[in-house]
Ligand binder design. Structure first.
Ligand code: C5P
Length: 238
């Protein structure tokens, strides 16, 4: 596995060959790979296993954002963790018991398969939501307060860290333990299209604020030369 990838390019595609192509680029540039719902719903666990087989040294983030009753999430994580991935995530708003069960499932599944236990992360508030959206859902209070509350809950459940927006990194770094992992989506290199994201930052701003890893999708997958885009981002952040 590459020691400490900064970028997890988000490979949102149903096409396994397309995903394999990006996995090879990620491996070549010594970065990670994020596979999410679109890929998984099209290719299933076998698809993940195929990419793992082709890129044994790649760091994988399986982004399926589980949110269900604790028993179901534990069973789902038990299966997903057999796939030899580095990170896996659940919605922190599923509650502390659900997160504790998720961790149990991850440990159990990895042990049964004889692979590393993936780090389990809690998704706080999606970067596509702003305060107006949250009020409509019925989440009152500031985004910061909510993210902070969910981050503390994630930590209390024993998870490794959170997925949060770049806007919350400094607050989390001030308030949580130093090794609390921050995986940050909603990243846009200067000049790229925002799309449906709302709370965004550039890669350099997010790393300077204290992000551990950046999830970057469309700016890389939609680039004319994705490998060059990754290298440009890394150089810009150096
Ligand atoms: O960079 P881009 O906006 O294309 O990234 C989209 C990817 O990031 C999707 O796979 C989406 O599921 C993921 N994402 C996330 N958490 C968020 C926002 C996006 O995991 N808060």
């Amino acid at each position: 596995m590459s020691q400490n990838p900064i970028i997890y390019p988000s490979i949102d595609t149903p096409d396994i060959d397309h995903a394999l192509h990006f996995a090879k680029i990620a491996e070549k540039t010594k970065q990670g790979l994020k596979l999410g719902l679109e890929f998984f719903n099209s290719n299933g666990p076998q698809g993940v296993a195929k990419i793992r087989g082709a890129c044994p040294d790649l760091s994988f983030f399986l982004d399926l954002k589980y949110h269900d009753i604790p028993n179901t999430v534990r069973a789902a994580l038990r299966e997903a963790s057999k796939l030899d991935v580095d990170y896996i995530n659940v919605h922190a708003s599923g509650g502390i018991e659900m997160m504790k069960y998720a961790l149990e499932g991850a440990q159990d599944g990895a042990q049964k398969a004889g692979v590393r236990v993936p780090k389990v992360l809690g998704v706080t508030i999606l970067t596509s939501l702003d305060e107006e959206d949250m009020e409509l859902i019925g989440f009152y209070g500031s985004t910061d307060e909510l993210v902070m509350r969910l981050a503390r809950l994630t930590d209390e459940a024993g998870l490794s860290g959170i997925v949060c927006s770049a806007m919350e990194i400094e607050m989390i770094r001030r308030n949580m333990r130093k090794d609390f992992t921050l995986m940050v989506p909603g990243i846009r290199p200067a000049g790229s299209d925002i799309g449906d994201q709302k709370r965004i930052m550039t890669p350099k701003q997010a790393l300077d604020a204290g992000a551990d890893h950046l999830v970057i999708g469309r700016p890389i997958t939609g680039a004319e030369d994705p490998e060059k885009m990754i290298e440009d981002i890394l150089q810009d952040c150096a």
